[in-house]
Design a protein around this ligand. Sequence first.
Ligand code: NAD
Ligand code: ZN
Length: 359
Amino acid sequence: ELGERSYEIVIGDSLLQQVPDLLAEAGVVSTSKLMIITDEHVAVRYLEPLRDALRAAGYNAIASVVEAGEQSKSLAVYERLMTEAIQGGLDRKSAILALGGGVVGDLAGFVAATFMRGIDFVQLPTTLLAHDSSVGGKVAINHPLGKNLIGAFHQPRVVIYDTKVLHTLPKREVAAGFAEVIKHALISDASFVDWLEENAARLWELDSELLGKAIERGCAVKAAVVSADETEQGQRALLNLGHTFGHAFEALSAYATLNHGEAISIGMCIAAKVAERIGLAQRGVYDRTKHLLSLYHLPTAWPKGLEPQDVLEAMKRDKKTVGGQLALVLPSAIGQAEIGKHVDEQLILTVMSEEAEAL
Ligand code: NAD
Ligand code: ZN
């Protein structure tokens, strides 16, 4: 719910065929050219079926395929896509379709936000993690000095989530997606946490009924938070649980050894430990957080080779920092979190050093 920029999140099995109808309902016109942006892994599986469906409905779409991986969220790839959009004849009524995971969604969304000062875009998420990234309108590319430092707020016209495509995801990416599902539970609802614990085995096997529910619940938490605070003046920061630590891990590992979900998994564990240490959360929150993440095969131990002092410096460069002051999101209980917690740097460093030594 965002006033006139409100949009539907459509979740279902085998929705790719219905994309043209859903586009028409969302007001995307077929008189202007569309541009599909996707990555190489997704393209080989799902690009042609999507193009066929669009063609049959009278839409004319060009397609750009980028390399898979975080390195595509770069200025160089952004420039190439802009060139292709201009040469391909897109105009102000055109729409960009992001077919892929969070990388494609963030990148394509930033192209859409800035091409001719902003054109329509549509999210067609293909990873579990993208239940988070496709909703909320944050779009960005990375700078070598930090993640998501170049970006915009640009809401999609519609999010069309075909859950069937998740069956071709590598298990490591399934785990990464569950990290954000777990985050949504941890910040909002203890019963959602219980449910994720009880159903971990079936969810891990992508049981379609349970998976649809998990995505719906996760999207509902995200949508509610974003509707209340679109541009992150306050409560939206709750969604950053584990992210100040996580972004630092990602940047310091050059986006190579840890993916986003893995990095925030470890980040949520450290946030829980800090919360217990300052007396914000009772003992047990850390253990339960760690256990839940491990049920979904996520890493919870300190990332080997990283120095706590370097992590602290990288955290201060993250854009969640204002005036050099770290303001953390920390759990106050299972299913609850608080924003803007100023914690003594020395204490953060001590907790991180303990984790690093525990390896
Ligand atoms: P991703 O887009 O790189 O996808 C992960 C891998 O899975 C890639 O290799 C991709 O090619 C492959 N893949 C995607 N769909 C597939 C499918 N159906 N079958 C087989 N393979 C498939 O990564 P991600 O985890 O989806 O997204 C991570 C990115 O999302 C990060 O850059 C992160 O910063 C961003 N993010 C953004 C927001 C936001 O609000 N904008 C929120 C969370 C995360
Ligand atoms: Zn995230």
